[in-house]
Design a binder for this molecule. Structure first.
Ligand code: DGJ
Length: 725
């Protein structure tokens, strides 16, 4: 594999993915590292005539009287504050003397085979990779920045991260340490972000890139419902399958910042990393800090090309679970069925009815432990509530297994209720600022998992439960953000490390869990989709998408989610109607069709839903078995967006060999005086003949002329079309 080159003669680094090139170069002496090009793959190695590296008012060695003109405008590869780069920067370092000036010069590089892992952090992996490490150094304060760039043979993504090393004699304070920066030069750019709130996560938003800074962040200690750690910069003409898209996905689940800075010369600096607001990391001499990884994707095939690259990257190089390529069991979760009001009898009745319909796993949600009769108490008391589960957990699990179902369980390991045995015994384990009453969220505090005795206790609780019965699935929930950040152990000058240390502790705990139970199916969740990010995918192959199970609300949520994350990881369930969040009623078949886009399951009381709905479940189970592997492993194409057209939603998946495809069409609103539409398919082999229930046509006709879809009477009506060759 020869994807990374250093061209000595031109002092240039060139990295090629399958369809993109990334170029940076050394400029002046001592040498600055500048970003020269990122975009469609180019063949020339010598791009000096294309990119005027030295045209920014002269380099400092030849024009020292105007060094600031240079530093104010040069496309620095890893921009630093304090010595004349007045834009948004990636790094700010303070010394013991209180100064925050730093200037990075090239000090060496190496190219290695493979892809290194990241200490304590989630990271992509794979053997078929090459990695370039460029080291920059500030000669005065001794800070070294090792910039990592990895390229996989089979991917169009460029993986970046940064390791900061204190090679000096005094302590340094990282006040800002972002993972990545790169530049795009275009005037028609738009910024795409995924935003929302609880129950309406990851709605797509596009805005023109304006002068100055624009971006999203989370300061909640989790990646958040409000903004996803993903942004894309698009050409103005970027659509589903046309135009250019630059994606930036951060592999991190805590506080983040991702955004763009447009300077007066129309150059757009794109950056992401840990949010600097609550961050300050002390580096003693010899210490290092590893920034989370970021995956960059350039696509000349619009949003669709970008999504497919991310899906492949995360399926092939990030998700590790034994379950990643397996057909996951169809589960039924009792949350919307019972909330806290359940006992073994009720659960067994659900399991019994579920077994008859072909459902394969019962998941017991919140409320099975301690004194947990509502959400005001008992988090932290992970002992089985025997008033609800008479005879204990094992008896229930054995009973469920005897009905032919697997068993899964809910935990919220990071939390403690003030009204709990755990809190009464260890009030100091809850995160708080000494002397200040910490704010409650859902009547709960966050445990300080950075303290080894706390995380060991939590792990022991988890394993005691998991070892006590045949539990094959865990839903790991997290229902409030972090606030009142106070650690009893960190010294004052390290208090700014707390949020990141917390995230590292969560990762370590999940790592320990999946190492101890390699066959366990882990699903992450945070009050629905508050931690739906690439970081979590390293630990769990699926994440609960949203607490909003309304089929129509899910269209926007799942469209935004699938823009970056593979369908195989999108937790999606059929629930009862009227929907508990929106009060809307939709046909049972439609709910099934929408949930088929993800991991598929049920979130209802199967013993109480209308008999005609229950009778439809075996058919849905059959559909899931028939189509899920195609959905989970195929290439995804978004055909129509309800958010854009206000009437229909459509997407499709095509098998890798293009022999098969599945189209999901959903008519949200019936359109008066319109009887049909031509739905243009995508991703098919133009020359192959495809057959479906009602007809046959070649791929080119289906893609360029479109498949005729007749509108159906009523609203919320769906249709699945299976194409075979
Ligand atoms: C939030 C989750 O998203 C729900 O599915 C459910 O598990 C509740 N928490 C339980 O408290």
């Amino acid at each position: 594999m020869d994807r990374i080159k250093y061209i000595e003669k031109w002092r240039m680094f060139k990295l090629d993915t399958q369809h993109s090139s990334y170029i940076c170069a050394l400029v002046d002496e001592p040498a600055y590292l500048a970003q020269i090009y990122y975009g469609r793959r180019i063949s020339d190695d010598d791009v000096r005539s294309l990119a005027s590296i030295g045209d920014w008012g002269g380099v400092p060695s030849s024009n020292p009287r105007d060094k600031l003109t240079f530093t104010d405008s040069y496309p620095f590869e890893y921009p630093v504050s304090g010595c004349g780069d007045f834009r948004e920067t990636a790094l700010r370092v303070r010394t013991e003397s209180g100064h925050a000036a730093c200037e990075l010069f090239y000090s060496g590089h190496r190219i290695e085979e493979g892809k290194p892992s990241l200490e304590g952090l989630p990271a992509t992996f794979g053997d078929n990779a090459q990695t370039l490490i460029i080291t920059l150094k500030d000669p005065l304060i001794g800070l070294e920045a090792e910039l990592y760039y990895s390229v996989f043979e089979d991917s169009d993504a460029l993986i970046r991260s940064v390791k900061l090393v204190n090679g000096g004699k005094d302590a340094l304070y990282l006040e800002r340490a972002l993972s990545v920066a790169f530049e795009i030069r275009r005037t028609d750019a738009e910024l795409l972000t995924l935003n929302g709130a609880w129950a309406r996560e990851r709605h797509i938003q596009r805005n023109p890139v304006a002068y100055g800074y624009q971006g999203v962040f989370s300061r909640r200690g989790e990646s958040s419902h409000q903004h996803n750690p993903f942004i894309a910069v698009l050409s103005g003409d970027c659509r589903q399958e046309q135009g250019e898209a630059y994606g930036l996905s951060l592999c991190y689940s805590g506080n983040f910042r991702a955004g763009v800075f447009k300077d007066p010369f129309e150059r757009i600096r794109v950056m992401a990393g840990i949010d600097p607001e609550d961050f300050c990391w002390k580096l003693e001499p010899g210490d290092h800090f590893t920034c989370p990884e970021a995956a960059l994707v350039y696509s000349a095939q619009g949003l669709g090309g970008m999504s497919r690259t991310y899906h492949d990257l995360y399926r092939d190089h990030l998700i590790r679970s034994a379950w990643k390529d397996r057909l996951r069991p169809i589960l039924i979760n009792n949350w919307e069925a019972t909330y806290f009001d359940f006992d073994s009898e009720k659960l067994l009745a659900i399991a019994k009815e579920a077994a008859k319909s072909g459902i394969e796993m019962l998941v017991m949600d919140d409320g099975w432990f301690g004194n947990r009769y509502d959400d005001n108490r008992a988090l932290g008391d992970w002992q089985v509530n025997e008033e609800k589960l008479k005879g204990g957990l094992k008896k229930l699990v054995d009973g469920v297994n005897a009905l032919g179902l697997k068993f899964g369980i809910w935990f919220e390991p990071e939390m403690v209720s003030p009204d709990s045995e755990l809190y009464r015994a260890h009030p100091d384990w809850a995160i708080a600022v000494p002397g200040r009453k910490a704010g409650l969220g859902r009547n709960q505090y966050v445990l300080d998992l950075t303290r080894p005795e706390v995380s060991e206790h939590v792990f022991r609780c988890l394993t005691e439960v998991l070892d006590s019965a045949n539990i094959e699935y865990v839903k790991w929930d997290m229902n409030r953000p972090l606030s009142d950040l106070g650690s009893l152990e960190l010294p004052p000058e390290r208090m700014g490390e707390f949020s990141h240390r917390y995230m590292l502790a969560v990762y370590a705990l999940q790592e320990k869990l999946i190492k101890r139970y390699p066959e366990l199916l882990l699903e992450n969740c945070s009050g629905g989709g508050g931690r739906f990010d690439a970081g979590m995918l390293y630990y769990s192959p699926q994440i609960w998408c949203s607490d909003d199970t309304d089929a129509i609300e899910r269209l926007a949520i799942q469209e935004g989610t699938a823009l970056v994350y593979p369908l195989s990881c999108m937790g999606a369930h059929v629930s009862d109607c009227p929907n508990h969040i929106t009060g809307r009623s939709t046909p049972f078949e439609t709910r099934g069709q929408v949930a088929l886009a993800g991991t598929f399951g049920y979130e209802l009381d199967i013993t109480r839903i209308p008999a005609e709905d229950r009778a439809r479940i075996p058919g849905q189970v059959e559909l899931y078995k028939k189509y899920h592997m195609l959905i989970a492993q195929g290439d995804y194409y978004r055909l129509e967006s309800y958010g854009e057209n206000g009437a229909v939603d459509a997407w499709m998946v095509v098998s890798r060999d293009k022999s098969e495809a599945l189209v999901s069409f959903l008519q949200v609103k019936n359109v008066p005086n319109k009887y049909w539409m031509g739905l243009k398919l995508a991703g098919l082999d133009p020359e192959r003949l495809y057959r479906w229930e009602e007809g046959e046509a070649h791929g080119d006709s289906l893609m360029y002329a479109g498949l005729m879809i007749h509108y159906m009477p009523g609203d919320f009506r769906g249709k699945l079309i299976h194409l075979t060759t």
